[in-house]
Design a protein around this ligand. Structure first.
Ligand SMILES: [Ca+2]
Length: 487
């Protein structure tokens, strides 16, 4: 942060944040961003009337705010999506070209980069992050994370005043809690690969080092408790600062470990029961906001970081489509990989019960919050972020972005414009077999779909429509080269 500030001081003579709007609008709201992990758009009743999972809290959140039907994660897997949320930039512009980080990878975010937490912090917010970090901890030069040294750079070097959470996914060792710059306990014990079914749940975790106080089943509850304490601490604070709370849940990612209260709650097995628990924990956070008197002054965003990991046999077994009508699943380039639930609530400012079909990417959060606050981002920040705040606040229905770039776990690209979607290769690019397909001689080398006529991406029009292929290829190349153009 200090380095970034020093560089900015050399290059910018005007105040760091200048007001974009002359007109003073509402007082800056508190902002809460809740990110579910591997939750499917079809899990939520408000998106799928045939869901086998009760999601009353998320359905109510949607009813009291605005939900988007064409929202996407920038990637179909965890780390690059989290990178995109916090920086407004695609991860494929960094050293992480595909896949995800493991538990001892070093920090991905350049310390000079203005993250969304920097934006909020510099605008006078108290900032906290609680949950699954999964962006690496420690310096790249160290090769891997050294748990005995201060975990720098980490969340506190990217704009957060406070952090509590776990380094990576809940199925990735080492298993420990980090508070600010250090583990609460060192991972001095060892845990074996888990059984596929345990403790009334399912899924698995990888074997490896674990802290003596760490129990996988406790993690979601701990994160929510810590976030609740942060909200309560802000209610008690006398500094007058609004707050920014980034709350990336570890669930319903594997291991699926619903507590006893939720087992059997859904018709979609341990996964569905875990989703019901996620819904309940979102409801708890909203109730804490209510109890502390913040509900009317808080902009709440809820989204998932990618599609659900849900196989065709599970669709068959439970008659439940976790990814709704969309093809494929988590990690894939097809819509099931990255078409996600997205909702935003700010009472009195965002229309209650509104449904919008404008394209939205989670990279847009940074520019959109800058828009809400009326501050101007530096030109070299958040280059893949479009300001969606006019849509959220009802001042315009014009789509802030006309195209969207998506990316699969194996690094396959796609671009959407209007109803057309071009994929630069064959196969799913992710978990659904075949992940990769060699082109036949004379056959198509990519995939082209018209989602309006063919939402399930069943008919490849690549060979039949070379003009559209060429047009979208050129558009994708321009996005890859330039990002969005900033005025
Ligand atoms: Ca995920």
């Amino acid at each position: 942060m200090l380095i970034r500030r020093a560089l900015l001081a050399l290059t910018i003579s005007a105040p760091f944040w200048s007001c974009a709007n002359e007109v003073e609008t509402a007082a800056p709201p508190n902002v809460v961003v809740i990110l579910a992990d591997d939750l499917g758009i079809g899990d939520l009743g408000v998106y799928n009337s045939e869901s086998k999972i009760p999601t009353p809290n998320l359905d109510a959140l949607a009813a009291s705010g605005m939900r988007f039907t064409d929202a996407h994660s920038p990637s179909a897997v965890c780390t690059p999506t989290r990178y995109g949320i916090l920086t407004g930039q695609y991860s494929w512009r960094t050293r992480l070209k595909q896949g995800v980080f493991q538990g001892e990878d070093t920090n991905l975010i350049d310390v000079d980069r203005v993250t969304v937490a920097d934006l909020m912090h510099d605008a006078g917010y108290a900032t906290g992050a609680f949950g699954k970090w999964h962006l690496g901890l420690g310096a790249l030069a160290d090769g891997k994370t050294n748990w005995n040294e201060p975990l720098v750079p980490g969340p506190l070097e990217h704009g957060f005043d406070e952090f509590f959470g776990i380094p990576a996914s809940l199925d990735m060792a080492p298993y420990l809690y980090v508070r600010n710059h250090a583990p609460e306990q060192q991972p001095t014990d060892h845990v074996e690969d888990s059984e596929r079914v345990r403790d009334g749940g399912a899924g698995f975790w990888r074997g490896g080092p674990i802290a003596p106080d760490f129990a996988h089943a406790d993690v979601l509850g701990r994160i929510v408790d810590e976030a609740s304490s942060f909200i309560e601490s802000r209610a008690a604070a006398s500094d007058g600062k609004p707050f920014f709370l980034y709350l990336p849940f570890t669930a319903p990612h594997t291991p699926w470990m619903p507590s006893a209260e939720f087992r059997g709650r859904s018709g979609a097995g341990p996964y569905g029961d875990f989703v019901a628990m996620v819904d309940d924990r979102v409801g708890h956070i909203l109730s804490v906001l209510d109890e502390q008197g913040f509900a009317d002054d808080t902009l709440v965003i809820f989204a998932s970081d990618n599609g659900a990991s849900w196989l065709p046999e599970q669709v068959e077994q439970y008659q439940h489509r976790a990814n709704g009508p969309w093809r494929g699943q988590k990690a894939d380039i097809h819509e099931g990989g990255h078409r996600i639930p997205f909702m935003v609530r700010w009472p009195g400012h965002v229309a209650a019960g509104a449904v919008r079909d404008q394209l939205l990417c989670l990279t847009d959060i940074e520019a959109s919050l800058a828009g809400v606050l009326g501050v101007q981002l530096p030109r070299d920040a958040a280059e893949d972020s479009f300001d969606q705040s006019p849509v959220w606040l009802g001042s315009s229905d014009a789509a802030p972005r006309t195209a969207i770039v998506s990316h699969s776990s194996r690094g396959l690209f796609s671009i959407r414009q209007d109803s057309w979607k071009l994929v630069l290769g064959l196969g799913s690019g992710g978990f659904t077999p075949p992940a990769t397909v060699e082109p036949e001689p004379g056959g198509p080398i990519g995939q082209l779909f018209n989602l309006a006529a063919d939402p399930a991406e069943t008919t490849n029009l690549y060979s039949a429509n070379p003009e559209k292929v060429q047009e979208l290829s050129a558009l994708l190349e321009s996005y890859q080269a330039e990002g969005r153009s900033r005025p």
